[in-house]
Design a binder for this molecule. Structure first.
Ligand SMILES: Nc1ncnc2c1ncn2[C@@H]1O[C@H](COP(=O)(O)OP(=O)(O)OP(=O)(O)O)[C@@H](O)[C@H]1O
Ligand SMILES: [Mg+2]
Length: 476
């Protein structure tokens, strides 16, 4: 005896199935349309679904797709009164077990049902749900259809559940920080914050106290105790960004934390024990640095338990169209303009460019085009690719894209909102840069910008920069 769900919008067909199947000792549930059928499946479990794909409301093929997505091994027999090749192919592709044209011979239908039930008995756990991994990762907005990015996603899935140290490698702008966030967000530590220390932006002595903290009186100016990032991240995750740039002295200290899970605050002799998962990111060739004596080999091996390498964008051009769509939607929303169409020539230009600054450069390029087209279609001439490989690395001295923005504004300052938009954008770039230089310390950033702290805070909120700085306390 099996439990069978029959879906058809004609009551007499449902009646006929009921007679046919209940006569054979089966338990039959009927439904006249797709939504209630999916509801019935939720309450499940069922051994088999027999459904017409020409239903009212939700398309039967769409319902089939959802059924196979959620219950991949539940067999579905599809029937239709209007058999087009298209529907048959689609239904099979979507995973229909069998396909029948109406009117059908009851004996043949029974035989098909028996065969399907036999198969599902062999696979036994017919109501197991598909894992929700791919969607969950997509919601953290790592875009990528290319096989290379699919590999990256799979690696994230594999390491996320572990406590392993992960070394994330890739050229500047390839998405190393995003990958780190995804690893954290899919780990058991997700409820705790991810802390990020940008090792390159901080002078050595500062970096040391940033990581390990200090005791009161450790040096002139240490008027109170400071808790370092390793301690703050206890129970959570710490991303050591740009790890390839740190000095040998600090490397030794980090090595000790990785080996012994403990350290002392500067100027202190009490040993602090911590439970921190360490992620490290770099765009440097660490192997070369080892040969040159600039990077400790033992630390390299400690960090390199698992490596996730993100290929440069030019090696995965398949990802460009989806990234373009993503950034168009995102920045159009931010600017409050409708998402504009993009001409085929402009798309071609985006597709063929080698993107030395990788995804970050593409993002800025789209953002710039949107600011200057203000909702009008984006043409090839609106895509400015003046950036060279140096353009994005230069971002540490001049806010990225600022020079280009001003240049474009001077050439093309029409439109009553252009001025306002430019100023807003410049303000945003300056704040991002100030936060970047001060590792997200709002007090220091405010001083750098000559603003009162509350003013800066309000502007950070206005520009939605809350968690976007180089150092963040935001969980995940
Ligand atoms: N696959 C992706 N999907 C969506 N956005 C992405 C993706 N990869 C990168 N980005 C975006 O590109 C920008 C750069 O990414 P990220 O900061 O993670 O790069 P990075 O490798 O850490 O660069 P750097 O070495 O310069 O620090 C960010 O705005 C990020 O959101
Ligand atoms: Mg980074």
């Amino acid at each position: 005896m099996a439990r069978i769900l029959v879906v058809d919008d004609e009551p007499h067909v449902l009646g006929a199935f009921q007679d046919l199947l209940e006569g054979g000792g089966h338990d039959v549930v009927t439904s006249e349309e797709a939504t209630s059928a999916l509801g019935a499946l939720e309450e499940g479990p069922f051994d088999l679904v027999v459904m017409d794909v020409c239903l009212q409301g939700m398309d039967g093929l769409e319902a089939l797709r959802r059924i196979k997505q959620q219950w991949p091994s539940l067999p579905v027999i599809v029937m239709t009164a209007h058999g087009t090749m298209q529907t048959a192919i689609e239904a099979t592709k979507l995973g229909a077990f069998d396909y029948h044209l109406k009117p059908f011979d009851p004996a043949e239908m029974l035989a098909a049902i028996d065969k399907a039930l036999e198969g599902s008995r062999l696979t036994q756990n017919q109501v197991v749900r598909a894992p929700e991994m791919p969607d969950a990762i997509a919601s953290h907005s790592l875009i990528g259809n290319s096989s290379q990015m699919q590999q990256v996603f799979m690696s994230i899935g594999r390491v996320a559940a572990t406590n392993a140290t992960v070394l994330i490698r890739g050229e500047s702008g390839t998405g190393k920080e995003r990958v780190a966030r995804a690893v954290h967000q899919h780990s058991q530590r997700a409820a705790r914050p991810l802390w990020i220390v940008n090792c390159v932006a901080i002078p050595d002595t500062l970096l040391e106290s940033e990581l390990f903290g200090y005791e009161r009186g450790a040096f002139t100016g240490a008027t109170s105790q400071k808790i370092g990032k390793f301690e703050q991240a206890d129970g959570g995750t710490l991303l050591l960004d740009e790890i390839g740039d740190i000095s040998l002295g600090i490397q030794a200290k980090i090595l000790r934390v990785l080996q012994e899970r403990c350290f002392e605050r500067l100027g202190g002799n009490k040993t602090v024990h911590v439970d921190v998962r360490v992620l490290a990111a770099t765009n440097r060739n660490l192997e070369e640095a080892i040969v040159k004596g600039a990077f400790r080999e033992d630390l390299y091996h400690r960090l390199n338990v698992v490596t996730i390498s993100i290929p440069p964008l030019r090696e995965r051009p398949d990802d460009i169209p989806a990234l373009v769509e993503y950034f168009l939607s995102r920045y159009a929303k931010e600017l409050g303009t409708p998402k504009p169409p993009v001409s085929p020539e402009a798309r071609k230009k985006l597709q063929e460019y080698p993107w030395p600054g990788n995804v970050r450069q593409l993002a800025h390029c789209i953002q710039r085009a949107l600011i200057f087209t203000r909702g009008y279609p984006i043409q090839a001439t609106d895509i400015s690719l003046t950036g060279t490989a140096g353009d994005h690395t230069g971002s540490r001295t001049c806010p990225e894209g600022l020079g280009e923005l001003v240049r474009r504004y001077l050439i093309d300052c029409g439109g009553e909102h252009a001025h306002e938009q430019l100023l807003g954008h410049v303000e945003r770039l300056l704040i991002v840069e100030a936060l970047h230089r001060t590792s997200g310390n709002q007090t220091h950033a405010a001083r750098l910008l000559g603003l009162a702290r509350p003013t800066l805070h309000a502007k950070i909120q206005k520009h939605n920069l809350d968690s976007g700085s180089s150092e963040t306390t935001a969980p995940g």
